[in-house]
Structures are given as C-alpha cells and as structure tokens.
Design a protein around this ligand. Structure first.
Ligand code: PLP
Length: 452
C-alpha cells in the first residue's frame, strides 16, 4: 500500500478503508465473498500488462506463451470442477459471459438462408446484403427468462440491459402461494411463446431450481436451454446441487460469474456442450476485448481451490448457515419469500415492518449490517425502492461463522427492523435511534472478532 500511497494517497486510503470495512461489518450481500490470498495475488501482477486476443495457441499477438499456459490451466480446472466438456474462461464479468452465450446461441440456431452456402457457419464471410439479412434474423428472436420480481437478472432479457433490446422477451415467475417457480405455468408460456432461448438461473430466488424439468420444457418447444448459475456456482462446484438441480448436467450452455459463491476473482466463464464450443470461442473478439490474463490466472487458482474436498464442506456450510439464518428470522416473526431457503440466500419481506427495502437497507447499514434491497414477487414498491432485503451467507461462511452466529445475526437484523420507522410520506427516509444503530454495530464487530 505504501507504493500506491506514494502515487495517490487517496487511493491507498480507500483500499485500506475497504479492508477495514469488510473486516468490521457483517458482509451479507449474497453476491459477495472473500477471495483467498492466492486468488488476489494471482490477479495483482504483470500478466495484466499482456495483450492476448484470440484463443489458446491462436492469438492475434506474439509472445502469448505464458497466457496460453494460464488460460489452458484455468480451462482444465473449470472442466474438471464442473464436469463440463468445454469451458471458456475469458469473459470479464457475468454480463459478458451472458452476451458471449447469447451470441453463440444465435449463431448456432438462427436460420439465415445465406449461411447455407457454407459448409460450416462462416459468419464473417457473408457479403453486405447477407449481413443485413442476418441482422434482421438475429434481431427478431425470443427469450424466456425469470421475471425480475421473482429473482431474475437484468441480463435475462430486461430493458435496462442490452439483452432486452436484442430479444423479444417474456418472463416466467413464481406461484403466489408458495413463492416457488411455477413449472406448469412456465411450460404453458413456453408452448405458446416458442422462445429460441429459455434462461434458467437467478439473482434473488431462495430455492433450488429443477433444471431437469426446465430442459424437458426446452426440448418440447425446441429452445436452447441456458442457465446463468452466477449466484450458485459455488454450490454446484461443492456438489450441494446435484442431479436434477445441477445445471451443467441439463443445460446446453451454462454461464457464471467467478466471484460470488465460487469465491474467485471478479469475472465470468461459460461452460457448453461441444456443439456450441466453436461459437463460444469467438467470444473474443465478437463480444470481448483482450482477455484479462491476470484474472484468468486468478480464476485458475479459484477453480483449483474449489476442487479441494474442503470446498465441498464450505459449500454445504453456506446452505446450513442460510437455513439457520432463515430459521432465526422466522422464529422472530420476520416474513421470508417462499418461507425459507435451500440455497445461499434468504429474501426478507420488510413490508410488514412498514418499511421499503431502501429504508431497511440503509437502517441495517447504519448498524453495521451490509445487505441489499431487492424486489420481491409482485412488489408494490417497484425495482428502485422495493419491499425486500436480500441476505446471503457465502462471505461470512468463508470467515468461519456457523449456525450459532447466524441466530445472533438474525437477532441483530430483527432488532434494527423493529426499531426503524418510515419517515412520514417518504419511501427513502426513516427514523432509527443512532444509539441503537451504534450498539448493534458494536455487537456485529464483537461477533466477528473471533473470525478475523
Ligand atoms: N448474472 C447473474 C445471475 C447475476 O446475479 C449477476 C450479477 O449480479 C450477473 C449475471 C452479472 O455479473 P457481473 O456483475 O459480473 O457482470
């Protein structure tokens, strides 16, 4: 840090303060974790300085022998970890991984008569008129993804993201009574809408997903089945989600981030069936720029770490902790979407406290409890203010906290929520006694002290 400080002290201070904040507050954001020192060090080095557009052994730059090694090792570990026939580790983030996958599916599936004159799909060899034909055909495709208020992600065809502009999107959601995916309704929508792509996966759904059933539906309507496992990749890697619940066994193509429950560097990856491999390989330069070689190195380390037996224990403990947290909240009268959890996250409905998600999020933050607001099914407060709080256990489980601590955390969360009131007529302002926030914050720090 002193080297950084010698150039720009404000950056050194921000880094040091970030470490302090992450150590001293309860990090309960479901998409965050603590990467290991090996992951961080593999990322902070000279690989960052190298350009390596292309694929392994086929680069647009000279001198890529070391990046080739890095990428090949990362691919080897990713394939072994997830038991996947093909892996692509270049995507810089989850959004990029999804764009690479969408491109690959379009290129593989969409019928463009001009392409028939080639033996293989040689998209780059189309003439101008044929390109126009391809653009029209590609821009007119359908996607079926999980609705945002049920826990879907913006990249699954929603308008604030480019996927919503690329695709004609329709959503599937959850059953009102159970809060769980309504597979019969999903099947019905798929039959009627006939999407090119069905997207499984989520950012804020607290239950297992039956990917075997979703594949069956995709096959019935001739859709390509893609799963975005960004949130729960660690649970797949750690063999908590197996059989019908393991997306890699059922999807044509799987995308992920590497920094959430998987505990790697910030980045993305794609796993695919062999028939899609050629198109996914074109992710760079079709969607991506030069790969972040240093991040691919860190991904290799993270995948290797996740192949160790102790990672399976970690993954199981994430869910055990999440369920203990859910129980602790339920017994104190907090309402949970779907009534519980079978994964790494719980979704609180804060409406009964007379609060919006935004008010609850800020009140918790004042009290050293870091979460994020999230829409809940049929949310009356929309996507900005929301009525939910999403809480995840991957990060605190990495620090070694267990079920006893989860019960104490449930108590702290409940204490803050029952003592916060909405400011008259506001969806953002709230009242919370600063002394109480301070007391909870100190309790949070004390609770974390044995888990440095
Ligand atoms: N997919 C899902 C399901 C996510 O939850 C997220 C991020 O929250 C992403 C994709 C995007 O990942 P990134 O922020 O790395 O682009």
């Amino acid at each position: 840090l002193e080297v950084v400080r010698s150039v720009e002290p404000r950056i050194a201070d921000a880094i040091a303060k970030e470490l302090h904040d992450q150590r001293e507050s309860l990090k309960l954001i479901a998409s965050e974790n603590y990467a290991s020192p090996a992951v961080l060090l593999a990322m902070g080095n000279w690989l960052s300085d190298k350009y390596a557009e292309g694929t392994i052994g086929r680069r647009f730059y000279a001198g890529c022998q070391n990046v080739d090694t890095v990428e090949a090792v990362a691919v080897e570990h990713a394939k072994a970890l997830f038991n996947a026939p093909y892996a692509y580790v270049q995507p810089h983030s989850g959004i990029d991984a999804n764009l690479v996958a969408y491109w690959a599916i379009l290129a593989d599936r969409v019928e463009v008569p001009a392409l028939r004159r080639f033996e293989k799909r040689q998209i780059n060899d189309l003439n101008d008129a044929e390109w126009a034909e391809l653009r029209r055909a590609f821009g007119n495709q359908r996607m079926l993804g999980m609705s945002l208020d049920a826990g879907g992600h913006l990249t699954h065809g929603f308008r604030p993201n480019i996927s919503g502009k690329m695709f004609d999107q329709r959503s599937y959601g959850v059953d009102r009574a159970t809060g769980q995916i309504d597979y019969a309704a999903l099947r019905e929508t798929a039959r009627e809408f006939k999407p090119l792509i069905i997207v499984g996966g989520y950012s804020a759904y607290p239950r297992k997903v039956n990917f075997a059933t979703m594949r069956e539906i995709a096959d019935e309507v001739g859709a390509t089945f893609m799963v975005d496992m960004a949130h729960f990749a660690g649970l797949v890697a750690g063999k908590v989600f197996t059989g019908d619940f393991n997306p890699v066994e059922h999807a044509h193509i799987v995308t992920t981030t590497t920094h959430k429950s998987l505990r790697g560097p910030r980045g993305g990856a794609v796993l695919a069936q062999p028939e899609l491999a050629d198109q996914v390989d074109r992710g760079c330069p079709m969607v991506l720029g030069g790969p972040l070689s240093h991040v691919m190195a860190a991904k290799a380390i993270a995948f290797a770490e996740a192949r160790r037996p102790e990672f399976a224990d970690y993954a199981q403990q994430i869910v055990t902790n999440s369920q203990a947290l859910a129980e602790g909240l339920l017994k104190r009268g907090v309402q949970l979407v779907s009534g519980g959890t079978d994964n790494h996250l719980v979704l609180l409905d804060v409406h009964p406290f007379g609060l919006t998600g935004r008010q609850a999020e800020q009140a918790l933050l004042d009290s050293g409890v870091v979460t994020n607001r999230n829409a809940i099914p049929q949310d009356p407060n929309g996507a900005w203010y929301t009525s939910g709080i999403r809480i995840g256990t991957p990060a605190l489980t990495s620090r070694g906290l267990g079920t006893a601590e989860m019960d104490q955390i449930a108590d702290l969360i409940h204490t803050v929520l029952v003592n916060t009131t909405s400011a008259e007529g506001s969806k953002a302002k709230y009242n919370l006694d600063p002394a109480l926030a301070d007391r909870v914050s100190k309790q949070a720090t004390e609770l974390l002290a044995p888990f440095p």
